[in-house]
Ligand binder design. Structure first.
Ligand SMILES: [Zn+2]
Length: 252
């Protein structure tokens, strides 16, 4: 290991002893790293804010015996609006958890970093957090090569139009209604979901706030992407379950 200077977003933290933390930080230059933030919980510590999840900073990291040691940090953005509201903070934490689950230690991926940072700025800008999350899921899956195949039936190649389609996480795509019995693991959705997912895939961030997603399409996208991600990771994400809990309490 060597000393590094990197742009990083803190994904998670673990409290250690009375005053320290271990942070997991996703850096643009060196990928995901674990680092000790010594004394970061002491009042007035210069590392306090920078070692909080959902913070984007310029970091100086010294190589230690087992871990990096965070020596200096200059906060670039702490996303105050995301932190201000429970639904947006829940979605913000979900984006972090998604990246933490999908990327391996010390595997740099500047596209994933830029996409995460962009999604956090989108959330910070006050866009519907659910749409920001779907947007980021699609970008992340696409960058990492896990994109679900939703345009054409995997069996017959037909592009379904106005029907119910079956999405199979194990197959990573859809089967149309003409192709017989749906796969055992499949989740049903309206064929139009493909249009919405494709639109989100190519959307420029400033355009997101003008895009309209009917309630049914939101539900279909959420279900398909949730099941697809769960299959890829082989587990559900805690923050996704927390979002469900909040949705239950805040639904109108
Ligand atoms: Zn078919």
């Amino acid at each position: 290991m060597r000393n590094i200077c990197a742009s990083g977003i803190v994904l998670r933290r673990i409290e250690l002893g009375e005053t320290d933390r271990i942070i997991t930080v996703f850096t643009r230059e060196c990928g995901k790293l674990s680092a000790a933030a010594k004394g970061s919980r002491r009042p007035g510590s210069k590392l306090g804010g920078a070692s909080e999840p959902l913070t984007y900073s310029k970091l100086m990291l010294a190589s230690g015996r087992d871990l990096y040691v965070l020596t200096q940090a200059e906060i670039k953005e702490s996303f105050p609006h995301i932190r201000n509201e429970i639904t947006s903070v829940a979605y913000g934490v979900y984006l972090l958890e998604l990246v933490n689950a999908f990327v391996d230690l010390r595997q740099p991926n500047a596209d994933v970093f830029d996409s995460l940072l962009s999604a956090l700025y989108i959330l910070e800008g006050g866009i519907d957090p659910e749409i920001a999350a779907r947007y980021f899921e699609i970008q992340l899956l696409s960058i990492l090569g896990y994109e679900p195949h939703i345009d054409q039936c995997l069996k017959c190649g037909r592009k379904p139009t106005r029907e119910v389609i079956s999405f199979s996480p194990a197959m990573g795509g859809i089967v149309c209604s003409a192709c017989g019995r749906p796969p055992a693991d499949s989740v049903q959705a309206r064929a139009a979901v493909a249009t919405y997912i494709s639109a989100l895939k190519i959307a420029q961030p400033p355009r997101l706030k003008d895009m309209q997603f009917p309630k049914g399409a939101r539900g279909d996208m959420a279900r398909i992407l949730r099941r697809h991600i769960r299959y890829q990771l082989e587990h559900d994400l805690k923050s996704a379950e927390f979002i469900d809990t909040i949705a239950h309490f805040t639904k109108d």
